[in-house]
Design a protein around this ligand. Structure first.
Ligand SMILES: [Zn+2]
Length: 356
């Protein structure tokens, strides 16, 4: 028996978001788009293309399947460029107790992961709560750190987010969803040493041995969930991949904003496709000067050692500078993200060819 697991005496503290009354005072922003599980309200400081509406729904369904959560309510999502005035002073985004999301595009995946774990419980210790949300972000997780440094944190501000995300991903991948769920349900919201008791009960081992196991077995880099999911392969013709499309934010083939890296691209809409590179070599990416391109290698193995990461992990922007559009590619499958500034519908073309 553990001391901390019973610290939450108020039954409300164990509630899921769906059990809370919808008390959040929401801004008067009309419904922009809705899916089976999400209602998007997009403020006029930003935008959300039709393809991303579908992609976020897929993201939520995927995360719920991974966490074995049944989604019982539709999540209201308020999307702004800046959430100032809707979340606490220091927060970049937030989810209220009834599951209403206020977020900028760059934090949307993180916040939606919070709302999915709300199907377990509307909150838990700061390290487990933030670690779980970070573990579903769209960027690779490559910061194994000592969990002892953050696991008992009493406030989210004291959590090493990247480290917690890496650790929670390991808990999920190495020990499965059941003990993670139990630890999530039994860890006190205020953190503290009782989190260690909750971990001990959930994992049936002393936290020290759990941390030692993590240190001994954790990979250097976790590949993001759904890294190349739902993308179509572009077939080459006579060795040339010729991409040509209409970028139309209202069309489901176009997504945006692009949020797979830092926020510098928050004004970009995009389309993505896969290429299968048989022959390693230098490839030329030929496109209009206002088209940005990112290439990211799709990997089946989601856990990479430092050595594997240095040889296999590949994600980079194709420089817009003339004469610097060549990228060295090893054999493999790559996702190619083609970005343009958000604008009325227009044609976009890209040609990829191996240099002789
Ligand atoms: Zn968070």
């Amino acid at each position: 028996m553990t001391a901390g697991a019973c610290a939450d005496e108020d039954p409300n503290l164990l509630a899921q978001c769906a059990d809370h009354e919808a008390l959040t005072i929401v801004p008067d922003i009309p419904l922009t788009a809705s899916t089976e599980h999400i209602e998007f309200h997009v403020d006029d400081t930003t935008f959300l293309c039709a393809g991303s509406v579908i992609d976020y729904e897929r993201f939520v369904q995927y995360s719920a399947a991974v966490l074995d959560v049944e989604l019982v309510q539709r999540v209201p999502v308020y999307l702004f460029r800046d959430v100032k005035g809707y979340c606490s002073e220091t927060a970049a985004a937030c989810v209220t107790p009834d599951g209403t999301v206020f977020t900028s595009p760059i934090a949307a995946a993180h916040e939606l992961a919070h709302t999915v774990s709300c199907g377990w419980r509307s909150g838990t210790s700061p390290a487990l709560s933030e670690g779980l949300a970070v573990s579903f972000e769209l960027t690779p997780s490559q910061s194994p750190t000592d969990p002892r440094e953050f696991i008992t944190a009493e406030r989210a501000a004291d959590v090493d987010y990247a480290g917690a995300g890496h650790f929670v991903r390991w808990l999920l991948e190495f020990h499965g969803v059941a003990p993670l769920r139990e630890a999530f349900l039994t860890s006190p919201r205020g953190g503290g040493d009782a989190v260690l008791d909750a971990l001990e009960a959930a994992y049936g081992q002393d936290p020290e041995s759990l941390f030692a196991e993590y240190e001994a077995s954790a990979p250097y880099l976790w590949v993001p969930h759904r890294q190349c999911a739902d993308l179509e392969r572009l077939e080459p013709t006579a060795g040339v991949w010729a991409f040509a499309a209409t970028f139309d934010c209202e069309d489901p083939a176009t997504l945006g904003p692009w949020v797979r890296a830092f926020s510098a691209y928050s004004d970009s809409m995009y389309q993505s496709f896969l290429i299968d590179v048989d022959t390693p070599g230098t490839y030329t990416f030929e496109r209009e000067s206002d088209t940005e391109v990112w290439v990211e290698r799709c990997l089946d193995d989601v856990a990479l050692s430092e050595e594997d990461a240095s040889s296999m992990w590949h994600k980079e922007p194709v420089s817009p500078l003339p004469g610097a559009m060549d990228v060295d590619l090893a054999a493999g499958i790559y996702r190619v993200d083609v970005l343009r500034k958000h604008a009325p519908p227009h044609e976009v073309a890209l040609r990829i060819e191996r240099k002789p």
